[in-house]
Design a protein around this ligand. Structure first.
Ligand SMILES: Cc1ncc(COP(=O)(O)O)c(C=O)c1O
Length: 459
């Protein structure tokens, strides 16, 4: 995969603002905010996957999400290459569509889902159910029945109450493979709302205090459940490998206690996802090769010390695979200069990207489709929704002559945007367009007012 476009590779026109500076890095995965295919189009505009972004805005309308298929595939391959003996399960919650399911399948990944909806989309697309892992702190009876009916490979038990409930649904004579999600007491993650490795949040069973061990004992007592290993997920946007190494130590210690108490060892260890990407130039991103070297080394070492067989590792990258492959496109509807601030209002907002409002995520924004020689100054890009908190990007540098009709591109938009989008204010959800090799194709169409009215069946 080629390195991301350096600012100098842009057309020499004075008018196009240069791409944000990328931090220098010797890693194969520098923390670029743009897909590696980003470059100038023949007309001098910014293109992704060989298609000019402004052309995509004209053809598919705005707001729209653009996904670079080759970037998704390359990122999936990067994890496979870093961990050739591990199971790499793409976390579908980051972004799922039939095409995405197919790309992930073709790249040899497994799939992590957390609802019957995600599972059925995957199954209908032909994804092998035995390569699916089902998660969820509150799986509904429908989720569990769908998982058993379709034959998912593993179900991750998240609470003690779920054990008997699941076992009761497994048909006589059958055995469902399960993992148990434990909380190793490791604090990591960019925001309190996404830190799941510590107690005091809703996921998993704490190692500290013995709840995890108690759950293991109960699962082992269920003949229709086959416990194949432990699972943990520390959180999201974790840029350092250290928390994963700490988790390995605690989980291997737990495996040793389980072996001592029950005489069993497990073939699998699932360390979840949470790998950081860059949203803005200079943000750190996690390097799969660095992760692989330290985590597999620590696992082998700790298992040797504990005299345990080394379990096969599973990792669950979501954002890392989908996020940097996506670019969101908006059209400017209004520019308001009040006091010292400039508000650039666009035709989307918190309905297609709730993340800035939820977690205070900061994005990069860039003008595309026309040239401007004007100096850039800090502006606030806001959405069209009826909330003062509907801010897409604070303090982003945009040219002073920004005006209604301009197209703005927001990179690193491929994860947790499509999947978290709502129809707030009855603004339909945007389409998803795939680009590759100079061609664009619609993956998911825009949600129309008729779609929204069609659900309203009562009077
Ligand atoms: C269990 C589990 N695995 C994997 C992920 C993927 O996380 P990320 O997209 O940050 O890699 C999540 C995210 O919430 C998760 O809950």
């Amino acid at each position: 995969m080629s390195l991301p476009l350096a600012p100098a590779a842009l057309p020499s026109s004075p008018s196009l603002p240069s791409l944000p500076e990328e931090p220098g890095s010797a890693s194969a995965w520098p923390a670029s905010v743009w897909p590696a295919s980003t470059g100038p189009s023949p007309s001098g505009d910014l293109a992704v996957g060989g298609v000019a972004l402004a052309e995509l805005a004209d053809r598919f309308g705005t707001p729209a999400y653009v996904v670079d298929e080759d970037e998704v595939r390359a990122r999936a391959r990067a994890w496979r290459a870093a961990l050739p003996d591990a199971d790499v399960a793409y976390a579908g919650k980051a972004f799922l569509s039939r095409a995405m399911v197919r790309w992930v399948e073709e790249e040899g990944l497994s799939l992590d889902v957390c609802s019957a909806g995600e599972l059925e989309l995957a199954a209908l697309t032909g994804f092998p159910a035995e390569r699916v892992v089902l998660h969820g702190n509150a799986k509904s009876p429908d989720d569990l029945r769908a998982a058993l009916r379709l034959g998912v490979g593993r179900i991750v038990i998240d609470s003690t109450g779920e054990i008997a409930r699941l076992a009761a649904l497994v048909p006589a004579g059958a055995r469902q493979r399960v993992l148990v999600r434990v909380v190793p007491g490791v604090e990591a993650g960019a925001h309190a709302a996404v830190r799941t490795g510590v107690e005091g949040q809703k996921f998993g069973l704490p190692v500290e205090g013995g709840e995890a061990e108690e759950a293991v004992a109960r699962i082992l007592g269920q003949p229709r459940l086959e416990l194949v290993g432990l699972h943990c997920h520390l959180g999201s946007q974790i840029a350092s490998v250290d928390p994963y190494v700490t988790a390995v130590r605690r989980l291997v210690a737990l495996l040793a206690r389980i072996r001592d108490r029950h005489g069993v060892t497990f073939p699998e260890l699932d360390l979840g996802g949470g790998f950081a990407i860059a949203y803005r130039a200079g943000d750190p991103a996690l390097d799969p090769a660095a992760y692989a070297a330290r985590v597999t080394g620590e696992l082998a070492l700790r298992c040797a010390h504990a005299d345990l067989p080394v379990p096969r590792l599973t990792v669950e990258p979501g954002r890392w695979i989908a996020g940097p492959a996506g670019v969101a496109l908006y059209r400017v509807l209004a520019v308001k200069r009040t006091g010292s601030r400039v508000f650039v209002a666009v035709d989307g907002g918190m309905s297609d990207n709730p993340r800035p409002a939820l977690y205070g995520v900061r994005y990069t924004v860039r003008l595309v489709g026309r040239a401007s020689a004007m100096p850039a100054r800090p502006m606030t890009v806001v959405g069209r929704h009826c909330e003062a908190g509907d801010v897409l990007a604070e303090d982003v540098a945009l040219p002073d002559d920004i005006r209604p009709g301009d197209v703005l591109a927001v990179p690193a938009s491929g994860a947790y945007q499509v999947s978290m989008a709502s129809a707030y204010n009855m603004v339909g959800r945007p389409p998803v367009v795939a680009v590759s090799g100079g061609r664009a194709r619609l993956l998911v169409r825009r949600e129309t007012p008729a779609d929204l009215r069609g659900r309203d069946v009562g009077e």
